[in-house]
Ligand binder design. Structure first.
Ligand code: COA
Length: 381
């Protein structure tokens, strides 16, 4: 591992902040400039001009697709939307109250049983697995939500792209063109983010030459924590608890005085506005206005203003995605699985990259324990 520019030097770099632990061309975060790029392309250009499927191709192939290449990928993804029947049957056995992110983790682990190619780590076979996982994540999340509500899962519609198909399977009706488009950009914005905790986890597991399902299952576990992907649900819970724009000032000041962290603010790398938040702020406003309820957007703006004034912290990707999804009528505990519906593209990209030039990831620990202690037999302790 090498230290990146501005990294805290030496072994005191708790949490590996600023340490470059892999070489990758997939994405880069410039925390000072507030810049995010995927394979050389600025996230603002991709959010404005590319579809999520184009981004998926880009992350896996290091270049944008031609029209024919994009059609071929879209077709492969759409042919893979459906889950094996055994998986749906298995999901019906899960406890109704199971957290949807844990359902996703367990299903991905189980999917390995139904992929005869799983242990084949060639580029061709792992790309097939990446397509299957990217196509099936939305199906798992939507089916899980239907099953826990006592409903039959809705079969995927292969005439729709990933974003529209997900919203269709979740709600049972086709989304409006604009909602599908906004959701598509949300997927692009969450697709990759350099060596965040879950991506690092995926690479560590892939680095042992375990299969892609093992790497992705572990990554979902890392994503589920409230300091990572779990923050978006926590943001909405906070907004609901605050309840009204007039309560924001008092609530936030009290939380900060009591050293409580406000979810959706701060970032391990960004020291300025997270470029993804710029788009999500606009979506939160637009979706609120179109649903005729701007309360959550206005509360979010007030929270943003108070935290900036009191603590100088910027919102991260999770802050405005919460009110955007809420106003789209998506259940709170699906926000983190939706993060995974997007991030599977980046995780699989990193696993492909890891397999293509693998070295076991095995860092050292800074030992801070005692040495040379005399051994005392158990009866004399
Ligand atoms: C993301 C996060 C873990 C980054 O952590 P980090 O780089 O290690 O930053 P630190 O925790 O060292 O924070 C630096 C300072 O800002 C404060 N801070 C950071 N995030 C804060 C937040 N969300 N609310 C209140 N204070 C916060 C810390 O308490 C610390 O203050 P101090 O110097 O007075 O002790 C952290 O900002 C956080 O917990 N955010 C909330 C969870 C979240 O939104 N996660 C999603 C990330 S995309």
């Amino acid at each position: 591992m090498t230290n990146k520019a501005n990294a805290p030097a030496g072994s005191s770099a708790a949490g590996l902040r600023g340490v470059a632990a892999a070489s990758s061309s997939i994405s880069d975060v410039n925390g000072e400039k507030g810049e995010l790029i995927y394979q050389g392309y600025n996230i603002h250009d991709l959010a404005r001009h590319a579809t999520f499927e184009e981004v998926v191709f880009l992350l896996w192939n290091k270049r944008l697709p031609t029209r024919d290449e994009l059609s071929a990928l879209e077709q492969s993804l759409r042919q893979s939307y459906e889950l094996p029947a055994e998986i749906i049957a298995l999901m019906k056995q899960f406890p109704r109250e199971a957290d949807p992110i844990d359902v996703l983790r367990t299903v991905v682990s189980a999917l390995e049983f139904y992929d005869r190619d799983a242990r084949d780590l060639s580029r061709e076979a792992t790309l097939r697995t990446a397509i299957k996982l990217t196509a099936q994540f939305p199906t798992i999340v939507a089916a899980g939500d239907r099953i826990r509500n006592g409903l039959e899962p809705i079969s995927p519609d292969s005439s729709l792209n990933i974003a529209a198909n997900f919203l269709y399977m979740l709600k049972g009706e086709r989304p409006s063109g604009r909602y599908a488009q906004i959701f598509d950009v949300c997927l692009t914005l969450h697709a990759d983010h350099e060596l965040n905790a879950s991506t690092f986890t995926a690479r560590v597991v892939a680095g042992t030459l375990a299969d892609m399902y093992a790497a992705i299952t572990a990554a979902i576990g890392a994503l589920s924590g409230p300091l990572h992907g779990g923050a978006n649900t926590a943001v909405m819970k906070t907004l609901l608890e605050i309840g009204d724009v007039d309560n924001v000032e008092g609530y936030i000041k009290d939380a900060l005085a009591n050293k409580r962290k406000i979810m959706g603010f701060g970032h391990a790398v960004y020291r300025t506005e997270d470029p993804r938040a710029t788009h999500l702020r606009q979506f939160s406003r637009e979706v609120g206005e179109s649903a005729g309820d701007s309360k959550w957007y206005e509360m979010s703006r007030k929270v943003e203003e108070v935290i900036m004034r009191e603590k100088g912290l910027f919102p991260n990707v999770d802050f405005f995605s919460a009110s955007t999804y809420y106003m789209m009528g998506i259940p709170l505990d699906l926000y983190t699985p939706i993060f995974a519906v997007s991030r599977i593209s980046g995780w699989t990209g990193h696993v492909l990259e890891q397999y293509s030039d693998n070295k076991l990831i095995r860092p050292r620990a800074e030992y801070i324990g005692a040495r040379d202690l005399p051994f005392t037999p158990i009866d004399r302790r």
